[in-house]
Design a protein around this ligand. Sequence first.
Ligand code: THU
Length: 161
Amino acid sequence: MKDISHKSSIKVYDDYHELADDQIVMLCKRSIDAMQDAYAPYSKFQVGAALLLDDGTFVQGNNQENAVYPLGLCAERVTLYAASSQYPDRSITHLAVTTRKHLSEGELPPFPCGSCRQVLLEMEQRYDRDIKIYVIGSNNSVCVLETVKDLLPFAFSKTSL
Ligand code: THU
């Protein structure tokens, strides 16, 4: 018997301004801005995302819904696919995600869904570079993860094929 374990670590800050890196604070703000423009008339759950590329370019996006519900797409994937299609040769270094959900005291903000985690993992492996993730709450709190592997351990990926 082998016991294989994975320990994920999340750092939680009360306010993203504590991150003390102007570019990352800007990234967080961009995901908050992007959330305002989300097209979410059905769920009314607005999500914004922003990512940073290795040359300092920002790309942002938000969730896009449809009357045919399954056709909607999460903010993270809208943003990741926009970056991948416009800047295919640039690696993604950081991603910030913001949701509007009201949080009670001490509650963590909603994290990216399983499908977005899978797409994030593909991007991390494609460019062979960890993507640092910032999950921001409606109270400006932020959870920081060093790599997508902390969001999706024991994953299916290109090496599984
Ligand atoms: N949503 C996202 O944009 N990102 C996630 O990680 C989870 C869910 C969107 C999809 C849908 O438009 C709404 O939130 C409610 O599920």
